[in-house]
Design a protein around this ligand. Structure first.
Ligand code: ACO
Length: 464
């Protein structure tokens, strides 16, 4: 399945071996029994320890450093699988058969064609917007495509949408040498695809597929618009990972670049009841639609304590500047009680398995990239400092965000797009978990302990 990337598979399998060796003595899984509601559990601030639902989608064992998607461990999925397979697995419960996989791959390419959404987005000052804010806006426009379909007065023929504003947007020739403008290509393709026939309602599994395909297409489009270029549509002959890089950069990636992106997408696809997944689920539990639920996930992911940490890690490594300065920088940061970006986790009290995979791959990718190599060396030194101190005292280890930014830097991707790439993968987990929760929906509604007063007398505004 993966060509010319044997060395990368070996690195992943070695990481798996090391993980098993280092954590086999840890206790067996907890949080894996059916629930008889109501349950009693110890809840800390930030809902730490709270059990909100049952799931068959994924499992994180914080003590052992396990991550499991639908029964498969993350190391095996990274070594042998692809993002298309993993997204299907999360959404449908089983790995696809060959014919299911082929249909799904084709659909992801088709659903990645969102010209109307991209055109709407281009009427906003995307180049001056935070990329995650633009992405959130884009997913709202993806929902809007249905509103247009639903109100048939506006349009009942895709070609009319495209040709109606064809003159108003400057065209860019496709980067593979063809002379025709991108949206001429769309016009023909979209007619063949009859995409909107499948997507009549903004709920259900088709919308999940639409979002999995559309978010990566949007991320790539935003990356291009921000540097003054027009979006590129997905290429029907490329894999999801390859298409993602191609749509961002205009260049078909090498097998190694394709594979590292694929692995990274697999690693970020799902991760229990993390903040962005929970945010999506909270919105969905009100029976709002899945596009708006995903928008909530994007908003939550943006923060530096969650998905935004990967961008912050690169800023931090650049601030440290050299291997020699790392110890001094770290000691000063500790003295100021500063959080070290890319370290620590609410659930993992062992080495995050995703960082176990990404660390050797970041080293591998940075061999031929000067900037990547410099950042990797500082990161390696910082990890040593943290493990020697915080690791021993507080069980703080690198998390997924610590090495992912170095990998993306080696792919030539600007740090502003690290978190959007995370979103392009995690949308598979968000949609899978929302779909599962809705089967047995109950609106989320925790309570707060009121510590205010009870008996204040009202004072009119002029007497305050
Ligand atoms: N650097 C230094 N100390 C840390 C770090 C860190 N990165 N993370 C936790 N600690 C310390 C805290 O200071 C605290 O110490 P104390 O008990 O002496 O006060 C203790 O470890 C527990 O930390 P909390 O902040 O209570 O842990 P919480 O579960 O609330 O937070 C979080 C987890 C947000 C991930 C935290 O570790 C952090 O801020 N890390 C840096 C940001 C980051 O990398 N986020 C990405 C996480 S992975 C993801 O979301 C995809």
């Amino acid at each position: 399945m993966h060509k010319n990337t044997k060395e990368m598979t070996e690195l992943i399998l070695k990481a798996k071996e090391k993980a098993i060796k280092e954590t086999s003595h840890e206790p067996e899984p907890e949080f894996t029994k059916p629930i008889s509601w109501p349950i009693t559990c110890t809840v800390g601030p930030g809902l730490e320890g709270a059990i909100a639902c049952e799931t068959k989608i994924g499992y994180v064992n914080g003590a052992k450093g396990w991550l499991i998607y639908r029964g498969y461990n993350i190391f095996d999925l990274c070594a042998y699988s692809t993002f298309e397979e993993v997204a299907f697995l999360l959404l449908h419960g089983e790995l696809p058969t060959l014919s299911q996989l082929n249909v799904f791959k084709k659909k992801l390419v088709q659903y990645g064609h969102i010209p109307l959404t991209k055109r709407r987005l281009m009427s906003f000052p995307v180049e001056r917007m935070n990329a995650m804010a633009a992405l959130r806006l884009g997913t709202t426009f993806m929902r809007q495509e249905f509103t247009d379909v639903e109100s048939q007065e506006y349009i009942n023929d895709t070609v009319k949408i495209i040709s109606a504003d064809e003159d108003s947007i400057p065209m860019e020739t496709k980067p593979m040498g063809e002379k025709h403008a991108i949206y001429e290509f769309d016009e023909k393709k979209l007619l063949e695809m009859k995409i909107r026939d499948n997507l009549q309602h903004a709920t259900g599994i088709e919308s999940c597929h639409h979002l999995v395909a559309g978010v990566s297409s949007l991320v790539a489009a935003i990356a291009r618009i921000k540097v003054g270029r027009l979006p590129i549509e997905p290429h029907p002959d490329l894999s999801f990972a390859s298409n993602f890089i191609y749509m961002m950069t205009g260049k078909v990636p090498s097998p190694i670049e394709e594979r590292i992106m694929d692995i990274s997408l697999i690693l970020h696809a799902d991760h229990g009841m993390n903040a962005s997944t929970f945010a999506s689920m909270v919105v969905a539990s009100t029976l709002s639609d899945i596009y708006l639920s995903v928008g909530a996930g994007i908003a939550a992911l943006q923060g530096p304590l969650h998905g935004g940490a990967n961008e912050a890690v690169i800023a931090m490594l650049k601030e440290i500047g050299s291997v020699e300065n790392t110890k001094t920088w770290f000691e000063k940061a500790c003295a100021k009680k500063q959080k070290i970006m890319g370290f620590g986790h609410r659930v993992y009290k062992a080495y995050d398995p995703r960082a176990r995979v990404l660390a050797p791959l970041a080293k591998y990718m940075s061999r031929k990239n000067d900037e990547g190599k410099k950042l990797f060396k500082i990161a390696e030194q910082l990890e040593k400092e943290v493990l020697r101190t915080l690791g021993k005292e507080k069980k703080i280890f690198p998390n997924v965000d610590f090495y992912s930014g170095i990998v993306y830097t080696c792919l030539g991707i600007d740090s502003e797009f690290f978190t959007p790439i995370f979103a392009a993968s995690r949308v598979s987990g968000w949609t899978a978990r929302v779909q599962e929760y809705l089967l047995n929906n109950r609106i989320f509604r925790p309570r707060a302990m009121y510590l205010g007063q009870f008996d204040k007398g009202y004072i009119s505004v002029k007497n305050r």
